[in-house]
Design a protein around this ligand. Structure first.
Ligand code: GAR
Length: 194
């Protein structure tokens, strides 16, 4: 069984999908805590509703990464909660070496494109503006690069002529909510995923 921490910065719909899969018995994991760098992020409210410890940590003085004292604090929180695996779900900061080394090979992320296409920010918009006919989502291991780690699971979404960026993002999110719990279950089962 995975002893999971979920990190997010926003609405937490992927976190919700993981919580729902655990509660439905389709994902063999225990969610030990949910962490956010954003104090009023809805992901924390979702966790509290399910009686999961929901913890905000302050990343100052850094604006785009989790490093320094904040990273040390996060490592203490993870240890105190008995976490052995980390799922990033809309966590909008770069994870640095302290966490990467402490949880080597045990941090995964969900990204809203078919990597290696459209890494970084606003990937749905990047794909929409480029005019590709298919995009999707990717679950991947996290390494020191930006969205470069080994790929575990992908889902494809067609971009139709009638799609707006909003309708495309809705379709991507629907696929994410299936692909992420599925990938975590493969890992929980000890399947070879890369
Ligand atoms: C998801 O679409 C996820 O793929 C994306 O943020 C969204 C979070 O939604 N992540 C990234 O862009 C990371 N680079 P959620 O908070 O509702 O799960």
């Amino acid at each position: 069984m995975l002893k999971l921490a979920i990190f997010g910065s926003g609405s937490g719909t992927n976190c919700q999908a993981i919580i729902d899969a655990v509660e439905a018995g389709t994902l063999d994991a225990e969610i030990k805590c949910v962490l956010s760098d954003v104090e009023d992020a809805f992901i924390l409210k979702r966790a509290r509703k399910h009686n999961i410890p929901a913890i905000h940590f302050d990343c100052a003085p850094f604006k785009t990464k989790l490093d320094g004292e904040a990273e040390e604090k996060v490592l203490q929180i993870l240890k105190a909660h008995g976490v052995d695996f980390i799922a990033l779900a809309g966590f909008m900061r770069i994870v640095k070496n302290g966490l990467l080394n402490a949880y080597a090979g045990r941090i995964v992320n969900i990204h809203p494109s078919l990597l290696p296409s459209f890494p970084g920010l606003d990937s749905g918009k990047q794909a929409y503006d480029y005019g590709v006919k298919f995009t999707g989502c990717t679950v991947h291991f996290v390494d020191a690069g930006v969205d470069t780690g080994a790929i575990i699971n992908q889902r494809c979404v067609a971009i139709e002529d009638a799609d707006t960026l909003n309708s495309l993002m809705t379709k991507i999110h629907e696929q994410e909510h299936e692909a992420y719990p599925e990938a975590l279950q493969w890992i929980a089962e000890g399947r070879k995923v890369k």
